[in-house]
Design a protein around this ligand. Structure first.
Ligand code: FDA
Ligand code: NAD
Length: 435
């Protein structure tokens, strides 16, 4: 058996959180050889959101090294050389298949052994596949998913091979909406299929969704709601040719993109750490039930101070901030000091076509649509407030300027009271500007 390699700190996973954690370690001060990132990906950490946006542009597409972390939040781009300059070991193309938290040992699929004093679990999420449910024919070629750069490269190759073809997008969430737009921009004939009455139901209200569905329809995207894919046909090469729907319809397809949700990658730690909400339970410093083991970003279920509730968040802003919080807490603890508790304001965003929205806070309670959500408007600007216990707790805005987005973030944090809902509706964005 190979000798174990020891590090003071190991970050398991080489995605968004890993990049931001490494930057914070460097800021706080580490010695060469103390920190390693172990990732099954073959490239240094990058800004994952680019994969469903700039990476798929028909012209001037984003490519590495252009979007390594930490450019996504306006910071310095950490190229592979940056890690070597800092003495941070990037152990790439290495999948950890066993984690033994009692002996502080990680084992790779090639039987390499790594030991640590402090572990940061940053394994992110995996995609839910239709083959997981045994959907007939779901293993055909060109039925694609999108989680990492290898998936994105497969998608780009399929778009080139099936140029100007027919694409079916299964799922009406983030991947469904962003990928339908990307495929349309690449001149595919696109049909979206999802089971719910409107798209992105975990965030959008009926009023918000009506705009996006109308806008997408005007771009020529066909939308089929209230049904799911139950089978696929393939040709003699094994390439997908059709999608069979539960409602009996059959759609021709050269490419199928599936975005039916993700699952936090926690299986290596089952039975070894406390879990909650499908993730690894942490405190406000992202330390798990096992001292010296931290869990950050998608995999962490942490106390959301603002709502006094345990939550898991699968978005990039939290990935960045939770990584920074955990590293600050680790270094403070070593110095016998402490840092303030994580006090996160949820922030999600998306971009597709010429559209761009931001959301802050919590989408619970009564929703109040404001502005003009006419999908044919030249410059759409509209949004929604959510009101709970007489206070604004969440705000969504499409087409906002930087100042307007800052204003809605402020509202979601301040939670101002609302006396008159009709007046709020009329006031719209002006209400936020005054807070
Ligand atoms: P992330 O997935 O970034 O990294 C996990 C890493 O761990 C990967 O490198 C993986 O290979 C590695 N790994 C896992 N298991 C391993 C093992 N056993 N051994 C070794 N390595 C292992 N959010 C948002 O707010 N706005 C947006 O626009 C987007 N857009 C977007 C597009 C696409 C295509 C995706 C897939 C996701 C988004 N997101 C997003 C979500 C956001 O990217 C996500 O929340 C963060 O990447 C989570 O960061 P993590 O570091 O937790 O996981
Ligand atoms: P999601 O949870 O946003 O959407 C899943 C969607 O799948 C549901 O809305 C539903 O319409 C659909 N669905 C469920 N079962 C189905 C079935 N059997 N057939 C058809 N549709 C079905 O998940 P996603 O879009 O797959 O995104 C995966 C992950 O990537 C998430 O963590 C998400 O946060 C992240 N992501 C985020 C962004 C962003 O924040 N802008 C962009 C891309 C991806």
């Amino acid at each position: 058996m190979a000798a174990a390699k020891h590090f003071t700190y190991v970050i398991l996973g080489g995605g968004v959180a890993a990049g931001y954690a490494a930057r914070e370690f460097a800021k706080q001060g580490i010695k060469p050889g103390e920190l390693a990132i172990i990732s099954k990906e073959s490239v240094a950490p990058y800004e994952r959101p680019a994969l469903s946006k700039g990476y798929l542009f028909p012209q001037n597409a984003a490519r590495l090294p252009g979007f390594h972390t930490c450019v996504g939040s306006g910071g310095e781009r950490l190229l592979p050389e940056w890690y070597s300059e800092k003495g941070i070991e990037l152990i790439l193309s290495t999948e950890i298949v066993k984690a033994d938290l009692a002996s502080k040992t990680l084992t790779s699929s090639a039987d390499a052994i790594f030991t640590y004093d402090t572990l940061l679990i940053a394994t992110g999420s995996s995609v839910i596949k239709l083959t997981d449910f045994g959907v007939q024919g779901a293993e055909a070629n060109n039925i694609l998913y999108l989680r990492d750069i290898d998936d994105a490269d497969k998608l780009v190759a399929a778009m080139q091979a099936k140029k100007d073809g027919k694409a079916v997008v299964v799922g009406g969430g983030y991947i469904g909406l962003e990928l339908s737009a990307a495929l349309k921009t690449n001149n595919f004939d696109v049909t979206m299929v999802y089971p719910e009455p409107w798209c992105m139901p975990r965030l959008f209200t009926a009023g918000l969704a009506a705009f996006y569905e109308g806008y997408y329809a005007n771009k020529g995207i066909h939308i089929i709601k209230g049904t799911v894919a139950v089978g696929f046909d393939a040709d003699a090469n094994g390439d997908v040719t059709a999608v069979k729907l539960k409602n009996g319809n059959v759609l021709e397809a050269d490419i199928v993109i599936v975005g039916v949700g993700g699952r936090p990658l926690t299986h290596l730690f089952k039975g070894q750490v406390a879990e909650e909400k499908g993730g690894i339970k942490t405190d406000a410093f992202f330390e798990t039930s096992v001292p010296g083991v931290y869990a950050i970003a998608d995999v962490a279920a942490f106390p959301m101070k603002l709502y006094n509730e345990m939550r898991r968040v699968e978005h990039v802003d939290h990935a960045r901030k939770s990584a920074e919080q955990a590293v600050k807490a680790i270094k403070a603890k070593e110095a016998g000091e402490s840092v303030p508790e994580y006090d996160y304001l949820p922030y999600f965003y998306s971009r597709s076509f010429d559209l761009s929205w931001q959301f802050y806070g919590d989408n619970v309670g009564e929703d109040v649509l404001f502005g003009d959500n006419d999908p044919t408007a030249a410059k759409p600007k509209f949004g929604s407030y959510w009101i709970k216990d007489g206070k604004v707790v969440g705000v969504f805005l499409e087409g906002g300027s930087a100042e307007e987005n800052q204003a809605i973030a402020k509202v979601a944090r301040a939670q101002p009271p609302v006396a008159d809902v009709e007046a709020l509706k009329k006031e719209g964005l002006d209400f936020a500007a005054k807070v």
